[in-house]
Every structure is written in structure tokens, then in C-alpha cells.
Write a protein that binds this ligand. Structure first.
Ligand SMILES: [Fe+2]
Length: 265
């Protein structure tokens, strides 16, 4: 994709999103959250793409993907009043509908338009299908890493401040409470190198374990380095109870991170 398309897509996105601003402070808080998220995901993806020595055309494609990846969030919030896909709709599928209806991909070669739609659709799925190949695989991996990086930052900030910030966004707790225990299933998933599924979460410790398990779905060495540099895992670990099984899971994750940071692409 020619990099001159970048400003076109950014302008379209800014204009589209501006229609969802609201006088209701709760709604407006969430609109701003998604605007800032999208901007940071664009920064993240450009840093990851830069580490891979991609061509300027590929970097532009990656940035457009970041701009569009969560476009379904605005309509989701308007229609359902929540960002929780489980009780509303798949925001990635909704995003693809918004993109197709808008006609903004018409100026692109067909294969580039299809690539963007596919990578937007896949960005929030549990895993990328093993059959995914070539550019579809590359761009799906890029957006998933860039998105996860920002969500980890948001969650870590939220968990550090949730007890002292009267304006904290309760939606980020996923409806869970701060309790003393944890789910053995979550620890078991981690020790088997599996992502902890959202359905297994019973309290905020389980949520911490789920976000820790995201390291198993990170694709690029630079993403591991950024996670380490920003201290996301330490912060999630600090909130967990002192327990032998928890220590085992945490050690397993730290060893995995060190191993993957060293792995060449
Ligand atoms: Fe998303």
C-alpha cells in the first residue's frame, strides 16, 4: 500500500469516530479510551514492523490495519452499551461490516482490501487458524501483538490504580471482584503453555493469570522486549497471592519470555 493512503484512512477514521462523541460522561470516557487505544496500537505496530525491516508499503498497510482494527467498537458501544463481546457481539466482525459498508477499501487493489478485512476479523479471535499463510498470517500476527501490548498497558495501569482512582473504568474488571483465591484451571493452562480462557475467570487473580498467559500468543521478539521494558508482567505478578502454584506459573512464564526473546524470527 502506498503510504499516501495513510492520511486518507486516518482522516476517515477520525471523522467516523467523531460521530460517536456523547454528552454522557460514561459513554464519552469509553469513546476516548478507544481513540487513544487506536493511536497507541498504531505506534506499537509501527515499532514492531520497524523491527522486522518491512518495506514502506508493508509498514503503511500495518498502520492502516491498526487504525481500522477496532472500528467496530464505536457501533458496539452505541448499540449495546458495552465492550463485552460475550454479552453483545463480536466487535471484529462488526468492524468488518462497518469497513465494507463505508466503501473505504474501494480505492485499493482487491487483495489488499481482503487482507485488511481478514486481519481485522482475526485480531480478536482465540488463535490464528493454522491454515493462515503469507501476508494474512504476517499482518494478523502484527495486529495481535500491537493490540495485546496496549491492552496489557491499560490493564496494568487499571489494576495499579483501581483502589485509589474514583474515575477508574469498572468495565476493565470484566465484572470480577478482588478476592483471595485463584482458579487451579488457570494455573494448569499456564503450565501447559495455553492461553487462559475468559470463561474460566472467577476473580481478579484469575484475570491477572489470563493476561500473564497472553505471552503464549506473542509473535515477535521485539514485542517480548517491549513487554519486559514496560514491566507489565512484574506488575501483574505483584498483585497475585503468595502461593506455591502461583510461583510455579510465574516462573514458567518468566522462563518462556526469556526463551522467546532470544528466538530468532
Ligand atoms: Fe479489538
Amino acid at each position: 500500500m502506498n503510504s499516501c493512503f495513510l492520511s486518507f484512512y486516518q482522516t476517515w477514521f477520525d471523522d467516523y469516530a467523531s460521530r460517536f462523541h456523547s454528552p454522557d460522561p460514561e459513554i464519552e470516557k469509553n469513546i476516548i479510551l478507544k481513540l487513544k487505544h487506536t493511536a497507541r496500537v498504531r505506534d506499537n505496530i509501527s515499532r514492531i514492523a520497524g523491527s522486522l525491516l518491512l518495506s514502506p508499503e508493508e509498514v503503511a498497510m500495518a498502520e492502516v490495519l491498526a487504525i481500522l482494527h477496532d472500528v467496530g467498537r464505536f457501533e458496539q458501544l452505541r448499540q449495546y452499551g458495552t465492550f463485552n463481546d460475550r454479552i453483545s457481539t463480536d466487535h471484529a466482525a462488526l468492524g468488518v461490516k462497518v469497513i465494507v459498508r463505508s466503501g473505504i477499501l474501494h480505492g485499493l487493489p482487491k487483495d489488499e482490501g481482503h487482507l485488511l478485512q481478514r486481519a481485522v476479523w482475526l485480531h480478536n479471535k482465540y488463535a490464528i487458524p493454522e491454515t493462515e499463510r503469507g501476508e494474512r498470517l504476517l499482518f494478523s500476527r502484527l495486529i495481535r501483538d500491537a493490540d495485546k501490548l496496549d491492552i496489557l498497558g491499560l490493564i496494568v495501569g487499571h489494576l495499579e490504580m483501581r483502589n485509589s482512582d474514583p474515575n477508574m473504568n469498572k468495565a476493565l474488571d470484566l465484572g470480577l471482584e478482588e478476592e483471595t483465591g485463584f482458579s487451579r484451571q488457570a494455573v494448569h493452562d499456564i503450565l501447559n503453555r495455553r492461553l487462559v480462557g475468559i470463561a474460566a475467570l472467577k476473580n481478579l487473580n484469575d484475570m491477572r493469570l489470563m493476561y500473564l498467559s497472553w505471552v503464549f500468543d506473542i509473535n515477535f521478539p521485539v514485542t517480548f522486549s517491549i513487554i519486559e521494558e514496560r514491566g507489565y508482567l512484574e506488575s501483574l505478578q505483584t498483585g497475585l497471592p503468595q502461593d506455591r502454584e502461583i510461583c510455579e506459573a510465574v516462573d514458567f512464564i518468566n522462563a518462556y519470555l526469556q526463551e522467546r526473546k532470544r528466538t530468532l524470527i
